[in-house]
Design a protein around this ligand. Sequence first.
Ligand code: NAD
Ligand code: UGA
Length: 465
Amino acid sequence: MKKITKICCIGAGYVGGPTMSVIAKQCPEIQVTVVDINQDRIDQWNTDDLDQLPIYEPGLKEIVGERRGKNLFFSTEVDKAIDEAQMIFISVNTPTKTYGKGKGQAADLKFIELCARNIAKVAKDDKIVVEKSTLPVRTAQAIQNILDNTGNSVKFEILSNPEFLAEGTAIEDLVHADRVLIGGNDTPSGQAAKDALSAVYEHWLPKERILQTNVWSSELSKLVANAFLAQRVSSINTISALCEKTDANIQEISRAIGFDSRIGPKFLNASVGFGGSCFQKDILNLVYIARSYGLNEVADYWEQVIIANDYQKSRFAENIISKLYNTISGKKIVIYGWAFKKDTNDTRESAAIAVADALLEERAEIIVYDPKVSEERIYADLDYLNTRSPEENRRLLKVTNKPIEVTKDAHAIAILTEWDEFKTYDWEKIHQQMLKPAFVFDGRRLLDTDTMKGIGFNYYKIGQS
Ligand code: NAD
Ligand code: UGA
């Protein structure tokens, strides 16, 4: 089996950065180089101030501080890193296509293809190429075709090794992974490649948690895992709507059904809707693949998970409007939380974007506070929707770093991310300075109902009447 001493990872994003940092920490004898075409991002990874890394993840800056410059490097010298490595991870973005065939559903594989062509151009000796990005089933075939036609007799072995980390807990998820999935060919060289990658993970994970499959099962398992997780959230969210009509309590239902060991307790927290860069993208991709094979019933089934999620976001916004006497024009509404979940600065597909957009359509005056998301990011998210002009977004929505002060004379607060600090706020003081009746719409079920109602708030919690 080929001994791996040098790894290159193309793509220094939310997956490439943390994943390679953990590999570098656990495998001190392997040199890990993370490359990206984005100079700013690489500069941020190389910053002296570890609080300024491009990605916020608990535990990440400690590992980067420990390994960077020793066996962990961040660079824009893509070709050099490819040339030197025996194993190359592709961890670039695979967003939903915004043009052409499959627009709005299929994964855009142009960044993957560019990587494959680059590897084909640069490689002078045999390489193991690892798909770390989430890809449609059978993508490895396309990568293999590109690599096999280089004409320089270099041999490439393609593996699928999808990543299952969740943002906010990336380091924990990587260090204590439930499982690692490695898909590869059943040929002797395919098996050797799978074993070489397995040996990397065996530095810190028990062998029985490293699963080997064929390439196609591995690629498809990743989409299916995300679809199942998102389906649980949509399932519980649809029931939250029913709870609000029937005096049932969604938390009690989650607990009651989660005690059934066949169902289990995780991923049953009702919320304002799931966000994140992948759930929606990967389900849309699954839907597209199913439809492209003529499996319309399969596609319709999974599409419903997205439809239910969109319903949850708009239902939340509509509830705010109706409870504020059907008019929010000129009313000051403070939004607590913009990230798609706590402990991350990532806002991709965050429910907060959709809710804010719906409230802005009704001409509310919005003030946003998020402990980790920049003002620039918040405006970029809104501008991207193209619902109104950038000037209007900036006129109607302000961003603050003074979460308590801004509640003065506010009509309502909407909690859209479950940041722990919101629980520690002086809600008595907030209530005193808000206009009365003072409304709190809790899209994350973060606060205690009795306490909030006791203070005098008109308090609405997802999944509870
Ligand atoms: P990201 O956008 O944070 O990072 C991707 C990086 O790749 C960017 O910095 C970009 O500049 C770089 N890049 C693009 N083309 C390149 C090229 N040709 N050469 C060099 N660099 C290039 O994306 P991400 O969130 O890290 O996701 C990457 C993949 O991992 C996606 O397929 C995603 O579905 C999957 N994934 C993401 C998560 C997550 O939590 N974000 C979890 C599991 C899997
Ligand atoms: C998810 C998966 O959990 C990871 O396994 C996967 O690797 C990743 O997608 C990916 O492929 O990108 P992530 O999106 O980072 O990870 O975060 P999750 O914890 O799964 O949360 C996703 C969304 O669902 C968040 O908006 C979260 O608030 C919401 N959620 C989650 C709920 O509303 N309720 C829950 O019970 C759980």
